[in-house]
Design a protein around this ligand. Structure first.
Ligand code: GCB
Length: 626
């Protein structure tokens, strides 16, 4: 699916702003049939939960309604008219006046409705959207619905981050010509020591001759092509590199023999990605991931996309020396991935399959564990929904050079009966949909190198480990031993690249101690330093993603005080002590670990106040190796 874009043949109207808003049950029957009877207005894009000051809205389980009016530009009379939602979390039904025009399940991928013929250009229509936040055993992510003492539905789920919902990304109305491009797929390769190959495949609404040109950053055309598929050769290609993004522009046109019928353009980064033995290679060179698991999460807007936070978060990634992040635990707004493309940040792109693990539910609720994979729990329908999520994610993000790996799920119960039967077809599907990128899943602590049933199916073994926090809490000496034994077990068994996809300790900004005290800023720094000592002793280690970039909002739980505090930055992006220690390590890794290039291509100067003189808090990687 092509992202909406204004081009020579396409026009775009943004529908963000303030929409009428109401909870289902407060608006009368068939609310889409007239103006919503409400005085509430909700910001779009934003999750609705924290916009108001009402518990009833924040905790609402079920449908909410959004509505606004939209005028179709009158110049669009010969055009195809498309309505596009960048996301509706987690499911939506869309009405144009009285007509249902689209239904979509899945909270983090776009969907469209073709309104051609339904609405006359120049006129106005009533756009009403029902958004459903409910999670069940057959949704991705899964959840559980129960009925409370008051007869109202209650939602629980198997992940800690808050179940923000609503229209958290942009909404668009756009035009295309009737005969139009429907999709472009680009893959790249590098041969003969520097010739870039850009292979393309076009899809169109009807047969039409096509031509394209590839333009470099200075505006020179470096290759041209014709037809619906082919390969462009770029001599002495400037490669897209971590920390040194370079984007060509692919301009595509379809013709009717004489005229340009439709035009579209796509940024193209020429690069290769591969896993070879125990190495993760970008452009044939070993790459070491430094960075974070993130969240789309800010105060008030919840998961609402915000360009100011986007810019600031990337500056902070750069500041810490991070070269990458994982889109834990769902696909992020496409603007984020495009920004990563332009700024040379590497992305591990994850589906919304978090919480396929009922052992975690048992741990959180104290109830006896239920089997994760069974007809009553995660079942064939869940697997079908998961497959659809993978299709939509790969369809949206396949052309982004920053995306170097697909993460099929976070912490599934990979040690349980049924895990292999559930995941093997999904991993196979991922490879079929995109044969060019490696695949991973992240392994929960209960999955050991002995009992895990998935690691042989993936390219990179990604581990989430919390030794010193959830295990051996506060005892970093024991934690160090346990961690090393654990990692060595995986290394010996699989002979694959290993990365730490999560490690972290909750930390209250401003809490200090001279002792090793969990929740203090010093403990977080010491915890990370302990992890780093171990990572540096494992030769097949290819990366470290701290959990989490910033503190984030969670559902109610007795082990969370005002959210998850494992952030290196607070929720409003102030650095904790560990941020400086991380910056020292990651900027210092450059040149010491293969490929640990920071976002500015290793240009960092460590000018931050040095709170980390004590060797126990931070040991530069190079020192351990000499
Ligand atoms: C995990 C999960 C992540 C949680 C984290 C934590 O293993 O993958 O979603 O937030 O632990 O802090 O407990």
């Amino acid at each position: 699916m092509l992202k909406p874009l204004a081009t020579a043949t396409r026009e775009l109207v943004n529908l963000d702003g303030l929409w009428l808003f109401g909870l289902d049950g407060t608006l009368g029957p068939e609310p889409w049939k007239s103006r919503l009877e409400t005085r509430l207005e909700a910001a779009v894009p934003a999750s609705y939960n924290d916009l108001f000051a009402e518990q009833k809205i924040r905790d609402h389980v079920g449908l909410v309604w959004y509505q606004r009016t939209v005028r179709v530009p009158r110049g669009w009379s010969d055009q195809r008219i498309v309505l596009r939602f960048d996301a509706a979390t987690h499911a939506a039904a869309v009405y144009v006046d009285d007509t249902l025009v689209a239904e979509h399940v899945g909270g983090y991928t776009p969907f469209e409705a073709d309104l051609t013929g339904l609405i006359a250009p120049g006129t106005e229509f009533r756009l009403t959207v029902a958004v459903d936040n409910r999670l069940t055993n057959i949704t991705i992510p899964p959840g559980k619905l129960t009925v409370g003492a008051d007869g109202q539905e209650r939602q629980t789920y198997f992940h800690d981050f808050y179940n923000y919902a609503g229209l958290a990304r942009s909404v668009w109305l756009y035009s295309t010509p009737r005969s139009h491009l429907t999709d472009i797929t680009v893959t790249t390769d590098v041969v003969d020591g520097g010739t870039g190959l850009v292979s393309y495949r076009l899809a169109t609404s009807e047969p039409a001759p096509a031509s394209m040109r590839l333009i470099d950053e200075t505006g020179n055309t470096v290759a041209t092509g014709e037809g619906h598929s082919g390969t462009l050769r770029v001599e002495d290609a400037v490669l897209w590199r971590p920390g040194a993004a370079y984007l060509y522009r692919l301009e595509v046109e379809i013709h009717d023999g004489w005229h340009v019928v439709d035009a579209y353009e796509l940024p193209v980064g020429i690069r290769t990605v591969a896993v070879q033995g125990e190495q993760f290679l970008i452009n044939g060179e070993p790459f070491y991931f430094t960075g974070f698991g993130k969240h789309e999460d800010t105060a008030i807007r919840g998961k609402g996309h915000d360009n100011a936070y986007l810019v600031h978060d990337f500056r902070l990634l750069d500041w810490t020396g991070a070269n990458s992040f994982r889109t834990s635990h769902y696909p992020y707004a496409e603007e984020v991935i495009e920004f990563a493309d332009r700024h040379g940040i590497v992305v591990i792109d994850e589906t919304a399959a978090v919480g396929l693990n009922l052992a975690v539910e048992a741990g959180l609720t104290g109830q006896p564990p239920r089997p994760t994979f069974s007809p009553e729990t995660i079942n064939d329908q869940t697997q079908a929904a998961h497959a659809q999520h993978l299709r939509e994610l790969i369809d949206r993000d396949k052309n982004h050079p920053s995306v170097v790996m697909w993460c099929v799920a976070n912490e599934p119960s990979s040690n349980e009966d049924g895990a292999r039967e559930y995941f093997e077809p999904l991993i196979k599907l991922t490879r079929e949909l995109d044969p060019t990128r490696p695949v991973t899943t992240t392994a929960v602590i209960f999955a050991t190198s002995e009992n895990d049933r998935l690691a042989d199916l993936v390219d990179v073994v990604s581990l989430n480990r919390y030794y010193g926090w959830y295990v051996a809490t506060g005892d970093l000496e024991t934690a160090e031993k346990l961690l090393e034994a654990d990692l060595r077990g995986w290394a010996a068994k699989h002979g694959k690249p290993i990365m730490m996809s999560e490690y972290g300790a909750d930390t209250i900004a401003g809490l200090h101690s001279v002792l090793d005290t969990p929740w203090t800023e010093e403990f977080q720094a010491g915890f990370l330093a302990m992890n780093h000592r171990v990572f540096d002793r494992i030769p097949s280690f290819v990366g470290e993603h701290v959990w989490n970039f910033a503190d984030f909002g969670t559902g109610p739980a007795i082990h969370r005080v005002d959210g998850n505090k494992k952030g290196i930055f607070t929720r409003d992006r102030r650095p904790k002590t560990a941020a400086f220690a991380l910056r020292e390590r990651w900027t210092g890794l450059h040149g010491r670990k293969p490929g640990s290039i920071t976002a500015q291509n290793g240009q960092h100067q460590t000018t931050a106040p040095d709170f980390t003189q004590e060797p126990a808090l931070s040991t530069p990687a190079g020192a351990q190796r000499s």
